[in-house]
Design a protein around this ligand. Structure first.
Ligand SMILES: NC(=O)c1ccc[n+]([C@@H]2O[C@H](COP(=O)([O-])OP(=O)(O)OC[C@H]3O[C@@H](n4cnc5c(N)ncnc54)[C@H](O)[C@@H]3O)[C@@H](O)[C@H]2O)c1
Ligand SMILES: N[C@H](CO)Cc1c[nH]c[nH+]1
Ligand SMILES: [Zn+2]
Length: 441
C-alpha cells in the first residue's frame, strides 16, 4: 500500500462507507458554498465590494496592495499596448503556432454550437438575438497563470459578436500579468487588459471605476474569492456565467482502466490549487489499490506536489462501489466539473447515463487535459455540484434575445375576444380596452 494515501480509500463493503461519502460531499459543498453563508469570506467580499462601489479606483488600489501585495497607481491598472505587443513579440514561435491551433479549435467548436440565429415566423412571432455589448473576463493568475483560460473565455465571446472585451488577471508576475497571458490577449486582438484580480477586479468590472468601465457580463474561472464576488454582483449589476471555482474531476474506472493513467488524471486537477478535488469510483478493489500506489509515486515526482497533496487529502477519494450502477449514481450526485469514464468499450454507454457533469471525457484516450487545452469546448465549467443546473461557458452565454410580435388587423380581430376574456378574469379592464378599442378601425 502506498504510504500516506491509504486514508483516501473508501471500501463499499465498509459499514461506514455511506457516511464517509456523505461527509466528503458535505465538506465539498460547504467549501463551495461558503460565501453564501454569513461567514468570514462573505463579510470580506461584501466589504471589498462596498469599498469599490463607494471609492472606486482608490479602493481597487488599496485591496490590490492588501491581497496581492502589489502597489499600483490607478493609471497603472491597465496594461499598455506596448507591453501587450512586446509580450507577443517575445513569444516562442512553436508556442505561438500551438496557441493558434488551439484558438482555431475553440473558434470552430463555438461557431458550430452557436444558436444566435434570428427567426421570424408566419404566425406573427419571432426572436432576435443580440450579443451582450461589453464583457469582463477573469483569468486566474495566482496559483498558476492560465493563458489557456484567455482562449476559453474570449473566443466564445468573440464568436457571439461581443464588441468590447476587458480582461482582468492578478498582478502576480513581477507586478504585472504573466507575459503569455498578455501575448494571447494580443493575438486575439484584446487591448483592454487590467493587472488587477480577485474580488476588487470583479467589483471594478461590475460597478465601474474611474479607470475601469462597467461591463454587462462577467465570466471566467477563479478561486473561491473571485467566484464569491461574481455571485454577489450577479443579477443586479451584471450577468455572470456559472460559478466556476476550484477544479474537480470524478473518474468512473472499470477494471480495464490503467491505474497509472487514472492517477495521472487525478493529479492533473489536484495540482490546480489546494482546494481542488479528484474522486474515483470503481467496482474493482485491486484497481483502487493500484491507483493509490500510482498516486503516491507520481505525487513524489510532481513539481506542484504541495497543492496536489493538500487537495488529495481534503477533497479526494478512491471509492470502491458494488457495481457500475452505483458508480453512475455517485457521479450524478457529485455533479462534477469534469467526469472521466475509463471503462473500455462500455465507456460511451455509461456516458449516456450521466445527467450531471460539466464535461464528460469518454474513454481511456481522453484525459481532462484534452478539454483543458485543445478540443474546443470551453474549460470554464461549473463546480461544487452546480453542474446540476449550470453548464460550460459557450458562445451562447454572450447572447440575449428580444422577442418579436407583429400582428395584422385580421390576426388581432381573430383573438380579440379571447384576450379580452383573459384580461377581464384578471380584473385588468385597461388591458381589455386596449384590444377592444382597435376593433372598429
Ligand atoms: N472551474 C473552472 O472552469 C476553472 C478553470 C480554470 C481554473 N479554475 C480554478 O481557478 C482557481 C484559480 O485560482 P488562483 O489561485 O489562480 O486564483 P485567482 O487568480 O482566481 O484569484 C487570485 C486572487 O484572489 C484574491 N484572494 C486570494 N486570497 C484572498 C484572501 N484571503 N482574501 C481576499 N482575496 C483573496 C487575490 O486578490 C488574488 O489575486 C483554481 O482553483 C483553479 O482550479 C477553475
Ligand atoms: N482544468 C481547469 C478547469 O477546471 C482548466 C485548466 C487551465 N489550464 C489547465 N487546466
Ligand atoms: Zn486543468
Amino acid at each position: 500500500m502506498s504510504e500516506g494515501l491509504e486514508e483516501l480509500l473508501i471500501l463499499g463493503s465498509d459499514p461506514q462507507a455511506k457516511g464517509k461519502i456523505a461527509k466528503l460531499r458535505l465538506d465539498m459543498l460547504a467549501a463551495a458554498r461558503s460565501a453564501s453563508e454569513d461567514d468570514a469570506q462573505n463579510r470580506t467580499v461584501v466589504e471589498v465590494l462596498r469599498g469599490i462601489r463607494q471609492r472606486g479606483d482608490e479602493a481597487v488600489a488599496a485591496y490590490t496592495e492588501k491581497f496581492d501585495r502589489v502597489s499600483l497607481r490607478p493609471d497603472e491598472f491597465r496594461v499598455s499596448g506596448d507591453e501587450l505587443a512586446r509580450a507577443h513579440a517575445s513569444m516562442d514561435t512553436g508556442l505561438l503556432a500551438t496557441l493558434r491551433e488551439a484558438i482555431e479549435n475553440v473558434r470552430a467548436y463555438q461557431a458550430k454550437i452557436f444558436l444566435g440565429h434570428n427567426s421570424s415566423f408566419s404566425d406573427g412571432t419571432g426572436i432576435r438575438y443580440t450579443p451582450i455589448r461589453r464583457a469582463g473576463v477573469c483569468v486566474p493568475g495566482a496559483s498558476a497563470p492560465l493563458p489557456s483560460t484567455v482562449i476559453m473565455t474570449v473566443v466564445p465571446a468573440q464568436v457571439a459578436g461581443v464588441r468590447e472585451i476587458a480582461v482582468v488577471s492578478p498582478p502576480r508576475f513581477e507586478g504585472s500579468v504573466h507575459p503569455v497571458i498578455l501575448a494571447v490577449c494580443h493575438e486575439l486582438g484584446i487591448d483592454e487588459v487590467y493587472r488587477i484580480g480577485g474580488v476588487q477586479a470583479v467589483g471594478a468590472l461590475a460597478y465601474g471605476t474611474q479607470s475601469v468601465r462597467k461591463v454587462d457580463i462577467i465570466v471566467g474561472p477563479g478561486n473561491s474569492w473571485v467566484q464569491a464576488a461574481k455571485k454577489h454582483v450577479a443579477g443586479d449589476y451584471v450577468a455572470i456565467d456559472s460559478i466556476a471555482g476550484p477544479s474537480e474531476v470524478f473518474i468512473i474506472a472499470g477494471d480495464e482502466a490503467d491505474p497509472a493513467w487514472v492517477a495521472a488524471d487525478m493529479l492533473s486537477q489536484a495540482e490546480h490549487a489546494a482546494d481542488s478535488s479528484a474522486i474515483v469510483a470503481t467496482d474493482s478493489e485491486p484497481l483502487a489499490r493500484a491507483i493509490l500506489q500510482q498516486l503516491a509515486s507520481q505525487l513524489a515526482e510532481l513539481p506542484r506536489a504541495g497543492d496536489a497533496r493538500a487537495s488529495l487529502q481534503r477533497f479526494s477519494r478512491v471509492i470502491v462501489v458494488a457495481d457500475m450502477d452505483a458508480a453512475v449514481e455517485l457521479a450524478n450526485e457529485f455533479a462534477s466539473e469534469h467526469l472521466e469514464i475509463q471503462c473500455g468499450s462500455r465507456s460511451r454507454q455509461i456516458a449516456d447515463r450521466i445527467n450531471n457533469a460539466g464535461a464528460i471525457f469518454i474513454g481511456p484516450h481522453t484525459p481532462v487535459a484534452v478539454g483543458d487545452y485543445w478540443a474546443g469546448p470551453s474549460h470554464t465549467l461549473p463546480t461544487g455540484t452546480r453542474a446540476r443546473f449550470s453548464s460550460a461557458l459557450t458562445s451562447n452565454d454572450f447572447l440575449k434575445s428580444i422577442s418579436l410580435i407583429e400582428y395584422s388587423a385580421e390576426q388581432l380581430a381573430a383573438c380579440a375576444d379571447d384576450i379580452i376574456r383573459l384580461a377581464q378574469v384578471e380584473g385588468l379592464d385597461a388591458h381589455a380596452r386596449s384590444v377592444s378599442i382597435r376593433r372598429n378601425r
